[in-house]
Ligand binder design. Structure first.
Ligand SMILES: Nc1nc2c(ncn2[C@@H]2O[C@H](COP(=O)(O)OP(=O)(O)OP(=O)(O)O)[C@@H](O)[C@H]2O)c(=O)[nH]1
Ligand SMILES: [Mg+2]
Length: 213
């Protein structure tokens, strides 16, 4: 069979767009770096606009491209980009710094911004408390964070981008979202179909996922 014909029969690799939001300095760049690159960056600078990081992951035999949008926390570096962050987003990761109460208090504002951009309630959201390696400086107690996460229907991950022992936990933030998105298969295939103009894809939409995540 000719390769170009075969490629029209195969569904294209799906891309899940996940945005990472939160105050400046909470560690969004380091978390996304840890997930996509497997390490902690020696040095970071404030993100300007957005940095894209991608990782191909395999879930139940399907290769999915997780496209992580590492957004800027500083208002002056993000204001022209905000519309782009939220457009066609598939999942949202809210990050705070466990050693900085203000970054936790500000989550309410980040959630309001997200809601204000018509992000549907079906778009999964998770909450991440970063910098747990700084054990002597913790200001946000776990039970307070858990209560907040519950109230907003989010899973809570407390972790550290810096501590290599936490790298699996960091992966599970993004993998749990990718698994949930895969389970919402029909919706996402329809999105892909519209963008590609390929008609066949709706055929494969009914399978229910048994994702282990
Ligand atoms: N101890 C510790 N420091 C961290 C951790 N994650 C990030 N940092 C440090 O926190 C600082 C800010 O990290 P970034 O990842 O650049 O923060 P950001 O949220 O991307 O900031 P903006 O791009 O300005 O929005 C850097 O000095 C990092 O080295 C962590 O898990 N533990
Ligand atoms: Mg950054």
């Amino acid at each position: 069979m000719d390769a170009s014909f075969a490629s029209t029969l195969l569904p294209p690799t799906r891309i899940f767009k996940i945005i990472v939001i939160g105050d400046s300095n909470v560690g969004k760049t380091c978390l996304t770096f840890r997930f996509t690159g497997g390490s902690f960056p020696d040095k970071t600078e404030a993100t300007i606009g957005v940095d894209f990081r991608e990782k191909a992951v395999e879930i139940e035999g399907e290769t999915i491209k997780v496209q992580v949008w590492d957004t800027a926390g500083q208002e002056r570096f993000r204001k022209s980009m905000v519309e782009h962050y939220y457009r066609n987003v598939h999942a949202v990761v809210f990050v705070y710094d466990v050693t900085k109460m203000a970054s936790f208090r500000n989550l309410q504002t980040w959630i309001e911004e997200c809601n204000g951009h018509r992000v549907s309630a079906s778009v999964p959201r998770v909450l991440v408390g970063n910098k747990c390696d700084l054990m002597d400086h913790i200001q946000v107690p776990s039970n307070m964070a858990l209560k907040f996460a519950d109230a907003h229907n989010m899973l809570l991950f407390e972790t550290s981008a810096k501590d290599p022992r936490e790298s699996q936990n960091v992966d599970s933030i993004f993998m749990s979202l990718a698994c949930r998105l895969k389970a919402q298969k029909s919706l996402l295939y329809r999105d892909v179909e519209r963008e590609d103009g390929r008609v066949r894809l709706t055929q494969a939409t009914e399978t229910k996922s048994n994702c282990p995540c």
